[in-house]
Write a protein of this length. Structure first.
Length: 137
């Protein structure tokens, strides 16, 4: 089956979806800045804390989760470590792997950004639900 040519409405729906995503990310950026972290540091902290597995993530795990190249994840973790947001240590089972955990300061920053997100999610939830429904049409 050949794909149909997108309509003007299809493009409008996609544009609205991307606009709503960018609006939410702008709120994330502002909330992160208010908490004293960058948006990338917030995403790193969230990737660590939001991990389903009980063990701390390795830098390779974080690169995969954040969709970063390994060296970019290393740089991000190093900056977060210098900022006191995370600790890095060797995996006891494999000393070549570096495991990343959140410090108390990192947990506080994550909580502050999450709280702001909670307030904004109420606003965006209905908008995004409608945008996603339209994309399904």
């Amino acid at each position: 089956m050949a794909a149909r040519e997108p309509s003007d409405e299809d493009y409008q729906r996609l544009a609205r979806f991307r606009h709503e995503l960018r609006a939410f990310l702008a709120v994330s950026d502002d909330a992160a800045a208010a908490a004293g972290v960058t948006l990338q540091q917030f995403q790193l902290l969230l990737a660590i804390r939001g991990r389903a597995e009980p063990d701390p993530p390795s830098i390779a795990d974080l690169a995969d989760t954040l969709r970063l190249r390994h060296h970019s994840a290393v740089e991000l973790v190093q900056r977060a470590h210098r900022a006191g947001l995370v600790d890095v240590g060797s995996d006891p089972a494999d000393g070549r792997r570096q495991l990343v955990t959140i410090t108390a300061a990192g947990a506080g920053a994550l909580r502050a950004v999450y709280t702001e997100h909670g307030l904004e999610l109420g606003t965006y939830r209905a908008q995004m639900r409608e945008v996603l429904r339209q994309l399904d049409d």
